[in-house]
Design a protein around this ligand. Structure first.
Ligand SMILES: *Cc1c(COP(=O)(O)O)cnc(C)c1O
Length: 366
């Protein structure tokens, strides 16, 4: 055990989560691996998803998509947030499908000079109020897409949208977005476009509403083991963030701990230095709030989280230098607990694990 700090990623958990989502949804899965595979590592996460039966991979940027191709990924890849002025020809050359969220973007994709005809998926705003073409413009958007396809300049392969409130299954926006998406598909077919891939569902909709499933589902966070809604589908957190105590000592009573002395020892207190800090994604906001696991005991963080280190209260555990400190993992302290302490969602906890922390890939069976 030579590591200082590491994020252990169980790729077999990612594969099993994907397989579980394929089985539960009875739909093909597009696995989102954007943002460095939600912090788990873009390429290893991608291969783990494909091992689990993902039919597609989804990323935000063209750069992420090209990285997958360079790593030898042959599966279909969709990039859904490609801004103006990017090298769209390289997308077509590398068989990367692009999403078009506006008229201008559709025109830009069609103007690409590439040996292969660019393949495009049309994004509608069905109520998210983010990317995508709004409903009043759908007829014109469909007409333009149909025209460009007739001219042989693009091939329209998909139509999709994104849900705003699916993690609140009773929210009235969900039914509205479902209906709106169905209308978008009607507009496309009225314009003479038939699309092979229709998709709407994120993790929450994949787990709660089969009416959103269509031809593909796009469950992101669930793949990494953190369902945003309660579910009977078995999903296992894939990442464990841990380090080892760099030092252990006993502070006398009435001694301040870390910057600003926001914690003062009430009695003689054994504390440990854990070499992970806010540069590594341990938010300073969880100072004096979060808890970690040392030798199966849950121990509180004391004082302010620093850039590179955090102080742990070891009163209840017989720990010494070199012992493992688990910040979060499968159990008993998870990224969901950290999300609660930090007033955020598990997504942000996972993607903000710093680049200084090496990822180590294991299969649980090993
Ligand atoms: C991130 C993302 C997803 C996955 O969302 P989850 O809530 O993680 O399931 C799906 N589709 C698009 C377009 C996304 O950007």
């Amino acid at each position: 055990m030579s590591f200082q700090a590491e994020a252990v990623v169980d790729v077999s958990a990612i594969s099993a989560n994907v397989a579980g989502l394929v089985a539960a949804s009875r739909t093909q899965v597009l696995a989102p691996v954007k943002a460095n595979g939600y912090g788990h590592g873009l390429v290893p996460a991608a291969f783990a998803c494909l091992d689990g039966g993902a039919a597609w991979l989804g990323v935000a940027t063209l750069d992420e998509a090209l990285t997958l191709r360079r790593a030898g990924v042959k599966a279909p890849v969709l990039a859904w947030l490609v801004g103006p002025g990017q090298d769209l020809a390289s997308a077509a050359e590398h068989d990367i499908e692009l999403s078009a969220m506006s008229f201008a973007q559709l025109e830009e994709i069609a103007a690409t000079k590439a040996r292969h005809r660019p393949r495009v998926q049309l994004e509608a705003d069905t109520g998210m109020g983010r990317g995508g073409v709004p409903p009043t413009l759908w007829p014109g958007f469909a007409e333009l897409a149909h025209k460009l396809q007739s001219q042989g300049r693009i091939e329209v392969t998909g139509a999709w949208s994104h849900m705003a409130c699916a993690d609140e299954p009773e929210h009235p926006a969900n039914a509205k977005q479902r209906e709106s998406f169905a209308q978008f598909l009607d507009v496309l077919s009225s314009a003479g476009l038939s699309v092979r891939w229709r998709h709407l569902a994120n993790s929450a909709a994949t787990l709660t509403d089969p009416r959103t499933h269509y031809d593909l589902v796009r469950p992101g966070i669930a793949i990494y083991g953190y369902p945003p809604v309660s579910t009977t589908v078995k999903l296992t957190p894939a990442m464990t963030l841990r380090t080892r105590l760099a030092m252990v000592k006993t502070l006398p009573p009435n001694h301040g701990v870390s910057y600003g002395h926001t914690f003062v020892t009430p009695h003689p207190t054994r504390v440990g230095v854990a070499p992970l800090g806010y540069a590594d994604g341990i938010a300073r906001a969880v100072s004096n709030v979060a808890k970690v696991v040392v030798k199966d005991k849950i121990c509180p963080i004391r004082g302010r989280v620093c850039m590179d280190q955090t102080m742990i209260d070891l009163t209840d555990v017989d720990a010494s230098t070199g012992d493992v400190v688990e910040f979060f993992g499968n159990t008993p302290v998870t990224a969901q607990d950290w999300a609660r302490w930090n007033d955020t969602i598990s997504y942000e906890i996972l993607v903000t694990v710093g680049s200084r922390v090496p990822r180590r890939y294991v299969k649980a069976a090993e």
